[in-house]
Design a protein around this ligand. Structure first.
Ligand code: PXP
Length: 401
């Protein structure tokens, strides 16, 4: 293994995605033309970093990164052939720096890894001002090259789109069994207010959206129609006939009030791959609704999905600030991993007027799918205003950290 990630930070309150770091580390070795060499990336907390800093540099405080080049015989985690050495990073310090600079934790860890790698290769900013400048330039150049290679960027190219789920309008209609309120009319009002997409879930039990709705929506939606659906034969055939602009595959249980969890792609890989092939042939891009989980993201790539929609439910339902923070970090790192794996990334479920800003600010998320919060507000203030208020949040997110 050219890069060994030694995670001594596992039980701490900020989960780190080793797959994402390893991918970036391997690309960096390639960019530095050191692909045959190896290094250890050791993730520690502030108290452990303070100990290392004291033992090796006589400084009694934590620091963000320390490098121990193998050629100096300074390595503390030896073990691999052709090893450049060890890079120790304090995740606690990196997390504070990331927050201050409004970056994701993985972005900051990547910057520190670049700094540490250059030290392993003999650069030293403490030797002279000139060397410090040269090292800084090299770091910035590597960051730019890495962004190009991973297709990632800190700056968002466009704002995320707001796609509105109008199932809840149909739920009110079905409660009376008459023709009002009409989700097709509601979709038109959402589009006139600025929504960039309409989502409906055609359930097997037809509890809200009906076949008539999807056919009319196909004719009237001017933006993008996303058909949410379980992978049941009958619904697959309707989708192939309807040709929505995209479909989102979700798990569907008859007894649930709403979609509960993400789809387990690993458990249903064969069936999903077949469904995706059918949609591909018909030119319909497929998104899969998943929990923010690295293994599911890898499986989404394997089955040939174009998009994943990350489930934001646990983040929205969190009952403490700490829990919400933890769930947010998980979505943030999953979005980065999915994006860098070549998937397009959407997110949704449970988002409301308080929880949306932080998710909308994530630079790798392309579209948010929101229903209940907007339709609930619409009952009180009108649909046009409810959509415009949500659009204002999505387009100018001021995340509460
Ligand atoms: N995304 C998916 C996959 C969903 O199943 C739903 C609920 O229908 C949503 C987004 C929208 O969730 P909410 O209505 O809570 O905004």
């Amino acid at each position: 293994m050219p890069v060994q990630i030694i995670d001594h930070y596992q039980d701490a309150p900020c989960r780190i995605n080793p797959i994402l770091l390893e991918k970036r580390a391997l690309l960096l070795l390639e960019l530095l033309q050191c692909s045959r060499q190896a290094f250890n990336l050791v993730l520690v907390d502030d108290p452990a970093m303070t100990e290392y800093n004291h033992r090796y540099r006589q400084k009694n405080a934590p620091t963000n990164v320390l490098s121990f080049p193998a050629q100096d015989g300074n390595e503390i985690f030896p073990g691999q052939e052709d090893e450049l050495g060890d890079i120790l990073i304090s995740v606690d310090t990196a997390r504070v720096e990331a927050g201050r600079e409004n970056k994701s934790i993985h972005q900051r860890l990547t910057e520190l890894m670049i700094h540490g790698l250059l030290h392993l290769l003999g650069h030293d900013h403490e030797r002279s001002k000139q060397e410090a400048l040269a090292m800084w330039d090299r770091e910035q150049a590597l960051l730019r090259q890495l962004r190009t290679k991973t297709n990632s960027s800190q700056e968002r190219k466009t704002m995320p789109h707001l796609a509105i789920n109008v199932d809840h309008v149909a739920t009110v209609r079905q409660a009376r069994g008459i023709s009002e309120p009409d989700p097709v009319l509601a979709a038109g009002i959402c589009e006139l207010a600025g929504a960039e997409g309409i989502v409906v879930h055609l359930r097997e039990d037809r509890r809200h959206i009906q076949d008539r709705d999807v056919h009319l929506l196909r004719q009237t939606v001017k933006t993008k129609l996303n058909l949410e659906m379980g992978a049941a034969k009958e619904i697959i055939n309707i989708a192939l006939d309807l040709k929505p602009d995209m479909i989102t595959l979700v798990p569907e249980k008859r007894k649930e009030l709403t979609t509960e969890g993400g789809l387990d792609i690993i458990a249903g890989e064969k069936k999903l791959a077949k469904t995706i092939q059918k949609m591909d042939k018909a030119g319909i891009p497929v998104s899969i609704f998943i929990d923010p989980d690295a293994a599911q993201i890898e499986a989404a790539v394997d089955v040939g999905a174009t998009f994943v929609e990350l489930h934001t439910g646990r983040y929205c339902d969190a009952t403490s600030a700490e829990e919400r923070d933890l769930e947010f970090r998980l979505i943030e790192q999953s979005a980065e991993l999915a994006f860098e794996s070549g998937l397009r990334v959407n997110a949704g479920h449970g988002l409301d007027y308080r929880t949306t800003a932080r998710i909308a600010a994530l630079p790798t998320i392309e579209e948010l799918s929101i229903g209940h919060a907007i339709i609930s507000r619409a009952v009180l203030v009108g649909l046009d205003q409810a959509v415009r208020e949500m659009l204002a949040i999505v387009r100018h997110p001021f995340p509460e950290h």
